[in-house]
Design a protein around this ligand. Sequence first.
Ligand code: LLP
Length: 400
Amino acid sequence: MIDFKNLAKKYDTPLYVYDFDLIENNFKDLKEAFKARKSLICYAVKANSNLSVLKKLNSLGSGADCVSIGEIKRALLAGIPKYKIVFSGVGKKDSEIEEALKLDILFINLESEAEMLRVEEIARKLGKKARISIRVNPNIDPKTHPYISTGLHENKFGVEIDVAKRMYLKAHRSSFLEPVGIHFHIGSQLTELEPIKEASQIVADLTKSLIKIGIDIKFFDVGGGLGIKYKDEKTIKPYDYAQAIFSTLKGLDVTVVCEPGRFLVGNAGYFLTKVLYEKISGKKRFIIVDGGMNDLLRPSLYNAYHRVEVVGKKGDESLADVVGPVCESGDFFAKDRLLPKTEHNDLIVIYSAGAYGFVMSSNYNSRPRVAEVAIENKNDRIIRQRESFEDLIAKEVDFI
Ligand code: LLP
């Protein structure tokens, strides 16, 4: 059990707390599920890019799936070897492509023909051969929230099968491109196996046809997306996930690359916030807390459900909204939840905040970003200092 009260006292609130032992268990579960084949887990850095989190995952053997040169640099700084780093994303800048090629990472996931031309051109300029993989859009409905669904043609991600074929043939003939992988990612917070299996089958069939014509695909990158329990969702077991993918790969000698973000860190993170006031407005009861949408955006942005608990209080429950101090009606963490009567300084824990929490925070309303703390082997330590007013204005010039 984590002593939330003690952590809030020691580090103040709002605060992110990460359970590193749980991250380790999650990583080991997934690695174990993939053990029947060659595999590489490339943690999706976007989910939580704190350097200590990356360092922890590196110590377990994880690689990194990065979507900007900033994430690549974070991964390298945390010790993740360049040969375990892949670079994804729908809009990479020339400067980012150039740096990635110079850094000699494992491969770049391409998302359009135009992007392939840029990568080829930049590789030519550098006198290099760029290792690439192409993100195929299998046109499968992943049955998740539309904002985090990516595998349909109506989404901006990847290319259609026919376009992918054309790109592979072109890349194969180029002196500056080396197609080594194939990639798909149909969405995030996936809770159904069938769409993943269907997508994997489509991409595996394409892989077979490419290998037949001499294109040596070594990496089969299945993206991320494994969902977690926020409330009462049924989730996919890592073993079943791996088996579903393996069942589509018969006869293929490929390394399976997987890019989980949320699965590894989501349920290992807690957001701690203190009650400022309660108020009743008409029939509505509001619990106003010191954390805001700028600190944890998911409820406001996706109407996402996060479990909320008042630490150490039970009984006398009635419906309430838990809201922050930011000047937006969308600034809420929970709506219409049965919660006990609270008082000034009561502590609230918001669960499942380890993925897409701190990384999506901002300084809106001139609020400094909060501190992050790790718990490992029952010891806690600060892994990111709380920002100060000076940090907020550090980059502003020409105002005196
Ligand atoms: N690989 C690719 C190419 C991705 O686009 C993503 C997530 C991942 C891997 C990792 O997905 P995960 O295993 O974490 O589901 N901010 C949203 C989620 C956005 C996901 C974007 N891409 C949220 O808070 O739910």
